[in-house]
Design a protein around this ligand. Structure first.
Ligand code: SIN
Length: 292
């Protein structure tokens, strides 16, 4: 296989990779090189790929078991593929706010692989923000404090009837989280298991409060971190074309799908990679919520 060509797209994170056809059954060395690029650059981009659903699933499975989303129905016959579709008449997009995928689970996803099928004539870019760069930029005093703290994450707000994620879209079947939705605690500073680099691990969509703190106390610190973490020097921006693919590391990256293309269609497919060993099955939740 020809060597991967890697070109950084911004200072804090992001690199575009060329010289690889992701629809092929790639040798282990190529997968290892892609994995190393992901860990180093935190989000990697590929252009001009031609992926069937089966090929996207096969590529994703080279990095870990694939997640089945507890609230968003998967593609017919391929429950691990989430079709992210905004129809011309939809007002609300999916993923339109800063977040890290699946931080509301006990074992959050490590990566997400998003493939573009149909892209609006203008707009529809995705923003990414390095939470490792955000951590690095803090003072030693605040870093030391944050390292002693955990935060409580839940899908309860975002997937509630009023939440952004559960809003109705013509071509997506998203269920509302009702009743008792699990809360899971994660350290505010996460050490990346592959790079050893530290990153902030809180996000505006799914982080509810700081463990052991009141909501008011939590809000003060979390609002500061949410503001700090999206500073433009920590970000990069990807403009999609049909056949583009982005692979981001949820352990150190936030993302935000821009909703700036009213009246146009955007159609993406996402697979979401869990860590090994595969976490506990989420299908019980999906059945209770009527998705499965
Ligand atoms: C997501 O949050 O996974 C959606 C990102 C996008 O559609 O750009």
């Amino acid at each position: 296989m020809a060597e991967l060509r890697i070109r950084k797209v911004a200072g804090a994170l992001g690199a575009e990779i060329s010289g690889v056809d992701l629809s092929r059954d790639l040798p282990d060395a190529a997968i290892a090189a892609i994995r190393a690029a992901l860990v180093e650059h935190q989000v990697i981009f590929f252009r001009d790929q031609d992926l069937t659903p089966e090929a996207q699933l096969a590529f994703g499975r080279r990095f870990g078991p694939l997640n089945i989303h507890p609230y968003v129905a998967g593609m017919d016959g391929h429950p691990e593929i989430m079709e992210i579709i905004k129809e011309p008449g939809d007002k609300v997009n999916f993923g339109g706010g800063w977040h890290s995928d699946m931080s509301f689970l006990e074992t959050p996803a490590i990566g997400s692989i998003l493939y573009a099928l149909e892209i609006p004539q203008w707009g529809g870019d995705t923003l990414f923000a390095s939470q490792a760069a955000a951590y690095d930029a803090l003072s030693p005093g605040l870093k030391a404090t944050l390292e002693t703290l955990n935060a409580v994450h839940s899908a309860g707000r975002e997937y509630s009837a009023q939440g952004h994620s559960a809003q109705k879209r013509a071509s997506m079947n998203v269920v509302e989280a009702e009743g008792a939705v699990g809360e899971f605690v994660h350290p505010i500073v996460k050490v990346h298991p592959e790079s050893g680099r530290k990153a902030l691990y809180v996000n505006p969509a799914f982080t509810m409060r700081i463990e052991g703190w009141s909501r008011r106390e939590s809000k003060a610190l979390l609002d500061f971190l949410f503001e700090h973490s999206r500073y433009e020097a920590f970000t990069c921006r990807f403009s999609w074309a049909p056949g583009s693919l982005a692979f981001w590391d949820n352990r150190s990256v936030w993302h935000f799908a821009l909703n700036d293309y009213p009246g146009q269609r955007r159609h993406m497919r996402r697979v979401t990679v869990d860590p090994w060993p595969a976490p506990a099955d989420q299908t019980a939740v999906r059945r209770a919520e009527g998705v499965a």
